[in-house]
Design a protein around this ligand. Structure first.
Ligand code: 5AD
Ligand code: SF4
Length: 437
């Protein structure tokens, strides 16, 4: 009988893309992917530990399905929780037979053989590697838009963040290998590429041939590629050359995600972010000075240990001053191994929750204002789907905004196609409009 697996993914785009590579590897090893735990012989969770809530989710899943072990099913934990908890997972969930962090995926095939033989397998010792996980077997889950990892790991060690401990040290892929993958994707019909890394701005071509802005431009010039995005940027390493590349290469999207975390220079220093409010605003000024109308989004943390009310209000005022098109705001969550864990934290939980809500409310007002400026514009969308209930098509603009639209009789949009849409209305989290001739 054919071996089968079920895979559920938690967390960021890096994890989503890692899962595409893991799926490709399993398919190449003769497994078949199934859509439910019940049908599967091997059940895998690709996990996230960025905040406590994300981490707890996987332990709930493991507990929910423990009874299925009696049917001979095997369980594996991959990704950030696997790396962080290591062999402790076997104690907490004895039905697990595979625990593997992302830096060890290169060895996944051997580990599969081991667990099929009834043994336990771990991949936990590769965080100091210089190698990246490159595979020709990536099973891409979207037919038109695809991810390419350009840099793995992170050397930044922000005081709150678990990633350097779970994903290991920074290592970049050669520009030749990235461009080769981009070329193959274009040939396969992909028109949008998203370059991924924990900190894409510190990309260092091992062959010394290209800088990050150079690579960005080169991917944007691959024939057939109409859109290029990149995430995530660290403000400390964000340069004017990146803005210049966006201005120069039409395929680079009008969007920069630039996580700020806090608007207070005192808190930023405590977070070890290596920039001040003023330096961050300088980068925003570079983006605003571009010829193109570039949307800016960010990540924010409310209630970092020791954050005073006045410092929190500096974050509110920064949100206003930058005028973000969107923001992801989080309540500070203590993480194992991180320096912030040992910082005196006098902000009560209820106060953190209040600050988070206030931040989200302020951002909603700012997003509403930022979206309203598009009314009357004609924007190009990539068609992503159809909302049958509302009779609207769903598209995404270069600025990464969702634009729901109607089409005049006689036009039949196709998924992955590009259309010009006149924007007629705006909302806090989306735009609405109608296809123009
Ligand atoms: N608590 C809350 N938010 C966090 N993030 C990272 N670590 C933590 C933490 N310990 C947020 C940051 C980061 C985003 C991916 O998750 O805002 O940019
Ligand atoms: Fe979560 Fe960070 Fe790991 Fe992504 S890299 S899965 S956000 S902990």
């Amino acid at each position: 009988m054919q071996k089968t697996f079920y895979l559920e993914t938690f967390g960021c785009q890096m994890n989503v893309h890692d899962s595409e590579k893991v799926v490709g590897t399993l398919l190449a090893e003769g497994y078949r992917q199934v859509e439910s735990v019940e049908e599967a012989g091997l059940i895998l969770y690709n996990t996230c530990s960025i905040r406590d809530k994300a981490e707890q989710r996987v332990f709930h899943r493991l507990a929910d399905f423990r009874r299925l072990q009696a049917q001979g099913k095997k369980f594996g934990v991959l990704g950030c929780v696997a790396q962080q908890e290591g062999e402790k997972i076997f104690e907490r969930a004895p039905h697990v037979s595979l625990v593997c962090g992302s830096a060890s995926y290169r060895n996944l095939s051997q580990m599969l053989v081991q667990i099929e033989a009834g043994k336990r397998a771990t991949g936990l010792d590769d965080r100091q590697t210089d190698e990246t996980f490159e595979t020709e077997f990536t099973a891409r889950s979207h037919p038109h838009r695809g991810y390419i990892t350009i840099i793995e790991g992170c050397d930044k060690f922000c005081a709150f963040c678990v990633v350097p401990y779970t994903r290991g040290k920074e290592r970049s892929r050669t520009s030749a290998s990235v461009l080769d993958e981009a070329g193959r994707m274009a040939e396969a019909g992909f028109t949008e590429i998203q370059l991924l890394g924990q900190n894409v701005n510190s990309y260092k071509d091992p062959s010394g041939r290209m800088s990050f802005p150079g690579l960005l431009a080169a991917v944007g010039e691959v024939p057939g590629i109409r859109r290029v995005r990149f995430t995530t940027s660290h403000p400390r390493d964000f340069t004017r050359e990146i803005v210049a590349a966006i201005d120069a290469v039409p395929a680079l999207c009008d969007h920069v995600h630039l996580p700020v975390q806090s608007g207070s220079s005192r808190v930023l220093a405590a977070m070890a972010r290596e920039y001040t409010r003023e330096q961050y605003l300088e980068r925003i000024a570079w983006i605003r000075a571009a010829r193109r109308d570039i949307s800016v989004t960010t990540d924010l943390i409310a209630g970092f240990p020791g954050e005073s009310e006045a410092e929190f209000e500096e974050t509110l005022s920064l949100v206003e001053e930058v005028g973000y098109d969107g923001a992801f705001a989080f309540k500070y969550s203590p993480r194992p191994n991180t320096p912030a864990l040992d910082m005196p934290d006098s902000v009560p939980e209820s106060e953190k929750a209040r600050r988070l809500a206030a931040l989200q409310e302020r951002q909603r007002e700012v997003s509403t204002r930022r979206n309203a400026r598009h009314v009357g514009e004609i924007l190009e969308v990539m068609v992503e789907g159809k909302n049958e209930a509302r009779g609207q098509w769903v598209g995404r603009t270069s600025q990464n905004k969702v634009l729901n639209f109607t089409v005049p009789a006689g036009i039949q949009p196709c998924l992955g196609g590009y259309l010009r849409v006149g924007v007629t209305r705006s909302f806090p989290n989306s735009l609405a409009g109608e296809v123009v001739g």
